[in-house]
Each structure stands twice: as C-alpha cells, then as structure tokens.
Ligand binder design. Structure first.
Ligand code: PBG
Length: 312
C-alpha cells in the first residue's frame, strides 16, 4: 500500500518524517512511503518573529489543506508547532516518543569575548542548570517570546536579539552578528545529528520548554482507513504528557503572542506538570501532580492556579 506523507522541506522536518517512515516500515515493511514536500508561510517569511506574523499554525495550515484536499494521506509535524485547534475533519492519530525536551545553548566560540566560555560546563544533561557560561550583558539570539522571557528573568542584563530561520541560518547569523550564543531545541539538533554543537543543556526548571517540544505528531483525516495502522506509532506516555501541556496552553488562551511553556512527565504512574506563563511582564511558574487518566483536567487546574497566584 502507498502512503503519501506531507512534510515541510527543512532538514529537520525531513529527518522527523524519516523517523515516522522507519517506524511504519518496522510495522509493515511492504508499505510504500512517498514524501510530499510542502512549503508553509512559516518557511517563506523568515525575517520576522513568528509572534508578529501570526504565530501558531504558520507551519501547519498549508499541510492541513493538502490533507483535506486528499493530496497526502498523513502529515508529520513538530508537536510544538501545532495550533490549539486542528482544521475541521483532521485528527492527531499518533504522537511519537519524545526526544530530549530541553532547550540548549550554543555558544559562539568565535565571539570576541572569550570569557563567556570560561565557566561553561560542557556536560550533556544533568544538573548544570544555571547559564554560568554567559557574561552579564551577553547578546543571545532567539525570536521565541518564551525563551526571551525566561532569559530576561534569569538575568535582566541579557540582550535578546531576534533570530529566525533554520538551524544553519541561525548559526550563520550568530557568527555574522557576533552574538554570544543562541538557543535551540535540543531535540532538533539531536535529530539532525548536530548535538555536538551544544555547549550547555538548560534544565527544564530553568527554561520551561515549549508545549510539545521534542515530540512528533502525525496528523490525518478523521475516519481514514489508515488510522489503525498510524495509531500503532503512538507513544502513550508522550501523548498523555502532551495532552496535559496543551490543555494548560489552551486554558491560558495560548498562542505565540504570550510567553507560555509547559513540560509534563509521567513519574511513578502519575503526571507531573510544570508550567510557565508571563502576565503583565511578570513571569509565573507552577507545578502540579495528578492522575494519568485526566491530563486535561490537570493542565486546566495548573493554569488556573498560576493565574490566581496559588500555584507552588
Ligand atoms: N519553532 C520551530 C521548531 N519547531 C520544532 C523545533 C525543534 C524540534 C522540537 O522541539 O520538537 C523547532 C526549532 C527550535 O525551536 O529550535
């Protein structure tokens, strides 16, 4: 059977699509998978922050159109690019096992101020959670409101420089503009085989990840006969965690226009959910734990606690 798979054309999108194809092949090696590359508005408008050009959904709309028009059978997305609401008639049939959810700092080794490297721990993972390697006033590239809010909260002297484009473009701009560092999702770099450029992983408590960061979503038409096959790719724990995170975001009216982050884990059979939200310039964080069978209730509850100031 032939499956037409819609993907953005970026290296990362194609790497993620290949992960889905490999998983499908391991279920049924006779499946014939064809990649259909689709350009989205998010790919074409690379010079402005996503928060300005309409935020969420920019990497998704054209691909959803292709699904609804029957040009493709399934679509592969970064879960964190998925808007709160899918187009009518579509569903997320599977969420794949999450890759590293953390954000990562990439220092500019060629920076004029070599001192920024003096204290950097080159350790991958673990407890090195403060941004020790960055000098006061460091210029850090990111266009994410979530990363900006948390960086400024860690050290208000940091200067955040807007930076968009794919990984290669961002690295190039870091060098050209002499930035001290940039922040990227560890998951993307790992999937590109580029995690060797990571200077420091930032723990999720210090830099709460984007909702769904590190997870891959497979979207398709409701009621499609392929559903049962695609569903086999679903990783239940990741799905539950992402549902809690998305409920948190939706309750806060989540879009790319306000800084929001959330990260859930299943620990000893319970969900543990960490949330971050910036309201009127004040960064709020909270944590909640609860039953695995009600992720949405937990997400909504944490959002309410954070807004009312009663979260821990
Ligand atoms: N916003 C773009 C985007 N969407 C997904 C990833 C990385 C992969 C992931 O987090 O799942 C990235 C790049 C980045 O934030 O560094």
């Amino acid at each position: 059977m032939k499956i037409r798979i819609g993907s953005r054309a970026s290296h990362l999108a194609l790497a993620q699509t290949q992960i889905v194809i490999d998983a499908l092949k391991s279920i049924d090696n006779s499946l014939d998978c064809e990649i259909v590359k689709i350009s989205t508005r998010g790919d074409r408008w690379v010079d402005r922050p996503l928060s300005e050009i309409g935020g969420k959904g920019l990497f998704v709309k054209e691909i959803e159109r292709a699904l609804l028009d029957g040009e493709i059978d399934i679509a592969v997305h970064s879960m964190k690019d998925m808007p709160a609401e899918l187009a009518d008639g579509l569903c997320i049939a599977a969420v794949l096992k999450r890759e590293d959810p953390r954000d990562a700092l990439i220092y500019n080794n060629a920076s004029a101020d070599k001192k920024i490297l003096a204290n950097s721990t080159m350790e991958h993972g673990g407890a090195n959670n403060q941004l020790k390697g960055l000098r006061p006033g460091a210029r850090i590239g990111t266009s994410s409101l979530r990363r900006t809010a948390q960086l400024k909260n860690l050290d208000s002297s940091f200067e955040v420089v807007p930076l968009r484009g794919n990984v290669d473009t961002r690295l190039k701009k870091m060098k050209e503009q002499g930035l001290d560092a940039i922040i990227l999702a560890a998951a993307g770099l790992k999937r590109l085989g580029m995690d060797n450029i990571i200077s420091q992983y930032i723990s999720v408590d210090i830099m709460v990840p984007a909702v769904g960061q590190g997870a891959i979503a497979v979207e398709m038409r409701d009621g499609d006969p392929l559903y049962d096959t695609i569903r086999l790719l679903n990783h239940r724990e990741t799905e539950i965690c992402v549902r809690a995170e998305r409920a948190f975001m939706n309750e806060l009216g989540g879009s790319c226009r306000v800084p929001i982050g959330a990260y859930a884990e299943v620990i000893d059979g319970d969900i543990s959910l960490l949330g971050m939200y910036q309201l009127d310039g004040k960064l709020k964080k909270g944590k909640i734990a609860g039953k695995i069978d009600e992720p949405e209730i937990l997400g909504i509850k944490l959002a309410k606690q954070i807004v009312s100031g009663t979260s821990i």
